[in-house]
Design a protein around this ligand. Structure first.
Ligand code: AMP
Length: 422
């Protein structure tokens, strides 16, 4: 199967060829024909599967056949709603890449930055808008965006949208959309909450799904170290003395934490760099290419920054902090051991993280083998804090801090009800 056989039109084929996409990924093969037939779609797929092109390519095709809006005409014809700035920029870049030989125009809006440049782009007239929900509602409220002429609506990463407390914002956006439109909903997991949204916004949807990376559970060698929070950095430096660790991706829960880990490693003469949402695009690209070229041995990332990043030859993944959502553990460890290479996932677990470990082991249906004999065994056996800080109902309203790294309580009901696609 190639893109031509999926009836993708010349200008888009040319862009895909330029990108060196030889054949469609499974989600693209399944989704593109349905979307071209203007059907609603429920897609169960995560970032990294080629999901963006699966919706962007047919959307570009449908809209370019009608002709772009032209300058000054503000009728937005397609809206992609996605939870984070990082994803919004990635999706916008994808539209620009795949649509570079069409006459369509694109815009991206997200919070945390001045809205003035975004207003200017909107004024020039755009066909396809990629947005995060908060800023979109702000601009709609100010009368700067009108979605009455919308033809295609994409709700991307619906599960993450709910995790981040954006449900009300999403519902508010949906109320602005015309009743008659094509709707595509993508989510990495399908919980009852997601199905409820899907049922309320999709009309006789086609369903497509791709297998999650759960096979990593069996192929990647996993090990666990119980260690005190304050000793994690020492343990990391100790383990990195092993010269067989060529390249390590270290996951930190917070951006600040990622920066601290890098500083600490550099003090020990271990070449490291961080990628997260506070770094500029250029900065992240440099960090990534240095890592890929083996200039930097350790890349420290937050989950959101690591999403969608392709690193094929990765020998080790470190869970410096355990993730709050157990599925994230599987996605993280699936980043190593690709293409037949040996892969090892090393997890640190402090006393407060024990419930998170329990959730992960429950999801995998097996225990992570523990290394008991190491120089920094856990000695603190009481909680460091009385309770994990709870995520506010709407983080945007209560805090200026970006929401992506706010901790959430482990083992909530909704989390346990989540299921993979298949
Ligand atoms: P996504 O899941 O949309 O974030 O895509 C993950 C990565 O796969 C991105 O780097 C895309 O550029 C790349 N990609 C998407 N579709 C294809 C394809 N058909 N062939 C090769 N690479 C692709």
């Amino acid at each position: 199967m190639n893109f031509k056989e999926l009836n993708v039109i010349g200008p888009i084929l040319k862009a895909l060829e330029k990108e060196k996409y030889e054949s469609p990924t499974p989600i693209q093969e399944q989704a593109i024909p349905h979307i071209l037939k203007q059907r609603d779609l429920l897609g169960c797929a995560q970032t990294g599967t080629g999901k963006t092109a699966a919706f962007a390519v047919p959307m570009l095709q449908l809209l370019s056949k009608k002709g772009g809006s032209g300058k000054g005409n503000r009728s937005i014809k397609a809206l992609v709603l996605t939870p984070t700035r990082e994803l919004a920029i990635q999706i916008y870049d994808s539209f620009r890449t795949y649509g570079q030989f069409t006459n369509l125009t694109y815009g991206v809006i997200f919070g945390g930055v001045s809205q003035v440049p975004q207003e200017q782009v909107l004024r020039t007239g755009i066909d396809i808008l990629v947005a995060t929900p908060g800023r979109l509602n702000d601009l709609i409220g100010q009368g700067l965006i009108n979605l009455k002429a919308l033809e295609i609506f994409v709700l991307d990463e619906a599960d993450r949208m709910l995790d981040m407390g954006f449900l009300n914002d999403v519902k508010k956006v949906i109320r602005q959309l015309p009743a008659k439109k094509q709707t595509l909903l993508f989510s990495a997991t399908m919980s009852p909450d997601i199905m409820e949204i899907a049922n309320s916004i999709l009309v006789k949807p086609e369903k497509v799904s791709v297998t999650p990376v759960s096979s990593a559970v069996d192929t990647v060698q996993q090990v666990l170290y119980h260690v005190d929070k304050g000793n994690k950095k020492e343990l990391l430096k100790h383990l990195l003395q092993d010269p067989t660790i060529d390249s390590a991706l270290v996951f930190s829960r917070t951006k600040h934490g990622a920066d601290k880990i890098v500083k600490d490693l550099e003090r020990a003469n271990i070449k490291a760099a961080a990628i997260h949402g506070n770094k500029s695009q250029g900065n992240r690209q440099t960090a990534l290419s240095n890592f890929k070229n083996r200039v930097t041995r350790v890349l420290v990332a937050t989950d959101i920054a690591a999403r969608g990043i392709d690193i094929d030859e990765l020998s080790h993944v470190f869970n410096y902090d355990l993730p709050n959502v157990p599925e994230t553990y599987i996605h993280r460890i699936g980043r190593t051991g690709r293409a037949g290479l040996e892969g090892t996932a090393i997890s640190f677990c402090d006393f407060d993280e024990k419930p998170l470990l329990k959730d992960i082991e429950k999801l995998m249906g097996k225990k992570v083998p523990e290394v008991k004999n190491h120089p920094y065994p856990m000695v603190v056996l009481t909680p460091a804090v009385k309770a994990e800080p709870q995520r506010p109902a709407n983080p945007r309203k209560n805090s200026k801090a970006p929401v992506q790294n706010q901790p959430r309580a482990a083992g909530t009901r909704k989390q346990q009800q989540k299921t993979h696609c298949q």
